[in-house]
Design a protein around this ligand. Structure first.
Ligand code: ADP
Ligand code: MG
Length: 345
């Protein structure tokens, strides 16, 4: 098992979802039906309650594989592969791909390019797609960055154009969208209580069967085997981007991680080591967690003003937790770091 998979597996084990036990039967509304899925390079754990939980999970698993087939940048059947090999011609894509590209362009705009899905060639150069990691030469990054610019992507209904030398990947947002789609399937099966963990992303439907909030732990980026805080939520996603999720140690002894700053092509190091976004729309949370990690201490305030109704937990590289007031009564710091409430207006 790769380091990445190992880490993700540990991540799932470490995400403390304090809810009912697993069982195959589902006649009792307090008993969970669970399903583990490996897709999108991630161990996913789905848990649903109620009499329709079984069929709902079945359908959800199918949908996860369908989305993976459409969205994976490395599978030659996917829309993304077709776009990346289109040699400057327009590509017809699925509804899902069109929705995601549209969202990526919108959030690229609202985050001043911190989210830029054309970063893919740079990500490849660092070895994050193959796990053959290396520190690129400066000149190589500079030349790859010439083709990084999300504004060059043209989405026209369900056709996509990107310039010949550009390539995209939806790794920053695919799992948030997948979580939303799973929730839709659960709802259409009249499931009203469920929780899923897709790597570091937790998404919930309704509350626990006993009516209380779900308690979701966020990991400590400085000791990822431990939890840092617990938030109580219902009907929301809790989505984290951190520098501990996928990284390698270079020959120089430094850590290099998978969230890249489009400004210079290096792993983003702008003051945050982890960013968690909490809100009803998993897709927005996923885009924002990656973008805010890049925007960092200097850029986050301006961005979060535009996202009222969302809450944020930032961990700074000097070991402080900053979190927004909306979760004040739902947030428990279980780390030795100081936690400070910040305004979002
Ligand atoms: P994870 O997928 O590990 O939960 P994120 O949601 O933060 O974490 O997404 C990280 C992924 O996003 C990277 O693996 C890469 O595919 C992509 N990515 C990295 N940097 C950027 C960026 N600046 N803009 C858009 N996508 C990015
Ligand atoms: Mg993300």
């Amino acid at each position: 098992m790769s380091l990445r998979k190992n880490l993700v597996f540990t991540a799932i084990a470490a995400i403390s979802i304090f809810c009912g036990c697993a069982d195959k039967t589902n006649n009792d509304k307090n008993i969970a039906v669970t399903r583990d899925v490996f897709a999108m390079d991630t161990y996913m754990e789905l848990k649903a309650y109620g009499k329709n939980a079984g069929p709902a999970l079945e359908k959800a698993e199918k949908r996860i594989h369908e989305l993976e087939n459409e969205l994976s940048a490395t599978s030659d059947q996917s829309d993304i592969w077709k776009i990346n090999h289109s040699c400057g011609k327009e590509t017809a894509v699925s509804d899902d791909t069109a929705v995601l590209i549209d969202k990526a362009l919108e959030i690229g705009e609202s985050t001043n390019g911190a989210l830029d899905i054309t970063i893919f060639p740079v990500l490849k150069e660092w070895g994050f797609t193959t796990q053959k990691y290396h520190i690129p030469e400066e000149y190589k990054l500079e030349s790859l960055l010439e083709n990084v610019d999300y504004r060059q992507i043209k989405l026209n209904d369900k056709t996509v154009f990107i310039p010949e030398n550009a390539e995209i990947d939806l790794g920053a947002l695919a799992k948030g969208y997948t979580g939303d789609e799973i929730m839709k399937i659960f709802k259409s099966h009249d499931v009203d209580s469920a929780i899923v963990s897709l790597g570091g992303n937790v998404q919930t439907l309704g509350s626990k069967p006993d009516g209380s909030d779900w308690k979701v732990a966020v990991r400590d980026p400085f000791s990822p085997e431990k939890d840092m805080c617990v938030v109580e939520i219902s009907d929301k996603a809790v989505i984290t981007s951190g520098n501990y999720e996928r990284f390698f140690t270079g020959d120089d002894g430094e850590r290099y991680w998978h969230i890249i700053d489009p400004a210079d092509g290096y792993p983003a190091e702008n003051g945050f080591v982890s960013v968690t976004v909490i809100g009803e729309n998993g897709l927005n949370c996923d885009c924002l967690s990656t973008a805010l990690f890049v925007a960092g201490l200097g850029g986050y305030k301006e961005i979060i003003k535009g996202y009222q109704g969302y809450d944020f937990i930032f961990v700074t590289d000097d070991e402080r937790i900053l979190y927004t007031g909306g979760i004040k009564d739902k947030f428990q710091n279980i780390s030795s770091m100081t936690a400070e409430v910040i305004n979002n207006d």
